[in-house]
Design a protein around this ligand. Structure first.
Ligand SMILES: Nc1ncnc2c1ncn2[C@@H]1O[C@H](COP(=O)(O)OP(=O)(O)OP(=O)(O)O)[C@@H](O)[C@H]1O
Ligand SMILES: [Mg+2]
Length: 358
């Protein structure tokens, strides 16, 4: 334990040296990188807004031991970044390859792979020192990213491996939906929930990137980015990069963001709703056709209509009938149903419900 503490302090000073050494080559590679990668946190301290996780993780890192981990939460909140940064801090860049096995949904992770690849890697013994004699933690980490896409059989196969190899291996499972991880696995891990990022934190990050990339921006532009990304920082950064590309002089404006995010203008949604409430079926048909023809995604229209309906002055009974239909339409759209017909059927139902008022 003592030895590892020393190891941690060695690590802490290390990155600077590496940075200086690797300077020119990373500089060269940095250009074509998407900004989400370029601005991915390099150490756990750079992970924003997930204070509890970071605090617990840092304590574990210092204490030389790490429990098996389960990270869960919505997309773009820092799960993958956090474990990658923690592993980098633990092992340093040279040992990283030997000590960390990263498997995500794009890799084959059926039961066979769990039995062979994961087991073989887990069974390798590790030393508590590096080749250069410096101390390092005496375990390896297996990261199973997007673990909710693993079959239950593959998850079940992990149970024994996790226990048997606990002397030399720590597992980190990452997923969006914790309910899709089988109970025997969740009970073997310390669980951490990643929250959607607060608006202000997102704004700070975006402004930081704007500064580093020399972008011009309007306050409304940044506010719009934060609003459309709903706590998903990856989405916000991706939209920021697209918006910067859209304008020649790299200005991030509200209209550019709205355009990229595919948000339907509020006026259009209001208009559609007014037709549903007071108009004729003929007008409704034209309005729906126009919207779909203009390329607005039906799921986006649905989402915005949902917000308007909730805020609108309708009876509880009407609202519940409409939202129930919305859930059905959403499922149909996910299954690939025709967008125009689905929107028309939803709007027709709103029309029928509104007619009850008259
Ligand atoms: N908490 C955070 N602090 C700093 N940057 C973040 C944070 N969350 C997300 N990011 C940014 O978003 C990008 C994506 O984050 P990351 O890959 O860690 O998300 P994730 O939680 O693993 O999402 P998914 O569930 O989709 O895999 C990072 O490269 C980083 O730029
Ligand atoms: Mg991830």
């Amino acid at each position: 334990m003592q030895a590892f503490l020393k190891g941690a302090s060695v690590q802490a000073t290390k990155p600077q040296k590496d940075k200086a050494a690797a300077g020119p080559s990373t500089e060269k590679k940095a250009k074509p990188l998407p900004w989400v990668e370029k601005y991915r946190p390099k150490c756990v301290d750079e992970v924003a807004f997930q204070e509890e996780v970071v605090a617990v993780l840092k304590k574990s890192l210092q204490g030389a031991d790490l429990p098996n981990l389960l990270f869960y939460g919505p997309p773009g909140t820092g799960k993958t970044s956090t474990i990658l940064a923690a592993a980098r801090e633990l092992f340093g860049p040279e040992l990283y390859r030997q000590r960390v096995l990263e498997l995500n949904a794009s890799d084959e992770r059926g039961i066979q792979v769990v039995r062979e690849k994961v087991k073989n890697f887990a069974q390798l013994t590790v030393a508590g020192t590096r080749t250069d004699g410096k101390p390092c933690p005496p375990f390896k980490i297996i990261i199973l990213d997007e673990a909710d896409s693993m079959t239950s059989a593959a998850q079940a196969a992990l149970r024994r491996t996790m226990e048997k190899e606990s002397r030399t291996t720590r597992f980190c499972l990452i997923c969006n939906y914790v309910s899709r991880i089988i109970e025997p696995l969740t009970s073997r891990c310390s669980k951490f929930r990643f929250k959607p990022l607060a608006n202000q934190v997102q704004e700070e990050r975006l402004l930081e990137i704007c500064e580093k990339e020399n972008l011009k921006y309007s306050k409304e532009g940044i506010a719009a980015l934060v609003q459309v990304s709903e706590g998903d920082l990856r989405k916000a950064i991706t939209f920021l990069q697209s918006a910067a590309r859209l304008n020649v002089d790299k200005e991030v404006t509200e209209s550019a963001v709205v355009e990229i995010a595919g948000v339907v203008p509020d006026k259009m949604i209001d208009n559609l709703l007014q037709i549903c409430l007071k108009g004729t079926f003929e007008k409704l048909e034209v309005a729906v056709r126009n919207m779909v023809d203009e390329g607005y995604a039906a799921t986006q229209i649905l989402c915005q209509l949902h917000e308007s309906i909730i805020a609108h002055d309708l009876s509880d009974k009407q609202k519940s009938a409409i939202t129930e239909k919305m859930a059905v339409v959403d499922k149909c759209l996910a299954d690939g149903a025709d967008e125009y017909l689905q929107m028309l059927s939803l709007c027709s139902l709103i029309m029928q419900q509104a007619a009850l008022n008259n």
